[in-house]
Design a protein around this ligand. Structure first.
Ligand SMILES: *Cc1c(COP(=O)(O)O)cnc(C)c1O
Length: 434
């Protein structure tokens, strides 16, 4: 099929996620056919730097030989079996490895398929845990304003991004929302509601979907201390921050924090396959033990939970972290990225603020009318220059794979700077054209 035919069929048959289809159908879609390293190639053979790690999940680059091989080898054995009533070597080995890597005390691995379900599982485990502990009054959750934990109803209930979540209000359970980064807000909520709280759920260090909103140093540590004080569970959603994105394997490590429940997904398979895990402490796990008829079982599980191909990709991803010393190699890249942002992007007239933590960067533009779709205009300008990025409203996000080279990082920031400059120079004209 030609690119033109594919584009026509796309517009006839598809409904894209987080996409206003009316606008989508007025533009030419970029159709990616293959990728190598940190470059995506469209159906015309044009290359684009993968500036957002294919939605925050690619780690070691595309087509990494070791991960490719691991998935192919697994395919020669079996593509999928089930974790319900059976086990398989990849899931077992990966659980061991995750427990080794995770903060202290997280000793149990419960698989699912994506970040939203990893968060759902954590919420349901926390809720059920207190039932088993005979404290059913602990049935509420504290979350942060502008939080994002996924798009399923439970994870949206502890979400705080009005643009995505407000419409579903009547479908959701209530949760207490605290101002992000303000420890007094959580302290006050816990003082008032402490006895009724099952868990506090946070994205550690940085709230990604909020627009790369960074928390002050020490905040996560203080949240942990408050949870301990009130005997409330702490859920850290490391779906975006995990697997080196903030410079350490997990963001929690930077504050010396060990949560009671931890969610991982996006980078877990290096960005190859849908796989997620919710890690739990032994204290939580043990509360679910009992005779069959005690009905303490955690009644939750997805068909593709712990899929063997995905586990193979995840194991290979962790091997590559060791073999390529990825975390050591990423430190100077982070420094370079931040330096280049200060030099090339911060001085631009259209830029209000740059927020960053490791490889997670949010470039907030000055206010433009909503219909100008300024973030989107920057994306289109970047595409013409050979980079794929995706904004969050008027926050231009950069989130390169950990594997991106220094040269590619330079190129990505140069493209971003030129694209922001071009798009913000004539907002009104561009708005009219859009
Ligand atoms: C992306 C994300 C999720 C949802 O993950 P999906 O795999 O898209 O369901 C949950 N939490 C955080 C922090 C995320 O960034």
């Amino acid at each position: 099929m030609t690119t033109r035919e594919l584009a026509g069929q796309d517009k006839r048959a598809l409904w894209h996620p987080f996409t206003q289809q009316q606008g989508w159908c007025e533009e030419e879609p970029l159709i990616i056919e293959r990728a190598q390293g940190c470059t995506l190639y469209d159906t015309g053979g044009n290359g684009y730097l993968d500036g957002v790690s294919s939605l925050w999940c690619n780690v070691h680059g595309h087509g990494h030989p070791a991960i490719d091989r691991a998935v192919r080898d697994q395919l020669d054995r079996v593509a999928h079996t089930t974790m319900l009533g059976l086990s398989h070597p990849g899931a077992i080995e990966l659980a061991e490895r995750l427990v080794e890597l995770a903060p202290d005390g997280l000793q149990r691995v419960f698989y699912s398929d994506n970040g939203s379900t990893a968060a759902e599982v954590a919420l349901k485990m926390a809720f059920q845990y207190w039932r088993h502990r005979d404290m059913p009054e602990r049935d509420g959750f504290i979350c942060l304003r502008d939080a994002y934990h996924g798009d399923t109803i439970g994870s949206v209930s502890v979400g705080g991004i009005d643009l995505f979540h407000a419409c579903f209000g009547p479908l959701l359970f209530d949760a207490w929302q605290a101002e992000p980064g303000d420890i007094d807000a959580i302290a006050a909520l816990l003082r008032e509601q402490g006895e009724r709280v099952a868990a506090v759920i946070v994205e550690p260090l940085v709230q990604g979907a909020a627009g790369i909103l960074t928390h002050p140093d020490g905040y996560l540590r203080d949240v942990r201390a408050l949870c301990d004080e009130h005997d409330v569970l702490l859920i850290c959603d490391e779906v975006a921050t995990g697997f080196g994105r903030t410079g350490t394997m997990f963001a929690c490590e930077q504050e010396g924090v060990a949560p009671d429940l931890m969610c991982v997904a996006k980078g877990l398979t290096g960005g190859y396959m849908p796989l997620a895990a919710t890690l739990a402490t032994e204290r939580i796990y043990e509360a679910f033990l009992g005779e069959h008829e005690d009905l303490k079982t955690f009644f939750h599980g997805h068909t593709y939970t712990g899929n063997p191909l995905a586990c193979a990709a995840a194991l290979a991803t962790l091997d590559v972290f060791e073999q390529e010393r990825t975390l050591e190699a990423v430190a100077p890249k982070i420094a370079l990225l931040h330096e280049l942002l200060d030099e090339l992007v911060a001085p631009l007239a259209g830029v209000r603020e740059i927020r960053r933590r490791g490889l997670m960067v949010g470039i907030e533009l000055h206010e433009f009318p909503l219909e100008a779709r300024m973030g989107h205009q920057v994306t289109l300008a970047a595409r013409r220059r050979g980079a794929v990025i995706r904004p969050l409203g008027d926050v231009v996000v950069l989130m390169p794979p950990l594997a991106m080279s220094a040269d590619e990082i330079c190129h990505l920031v140069q493209i971003t700077a030129a694209s922001v400059a071009e798009a913000t120079a004539r907002p009104v004209l561009l708005a009219a054209a859009a």
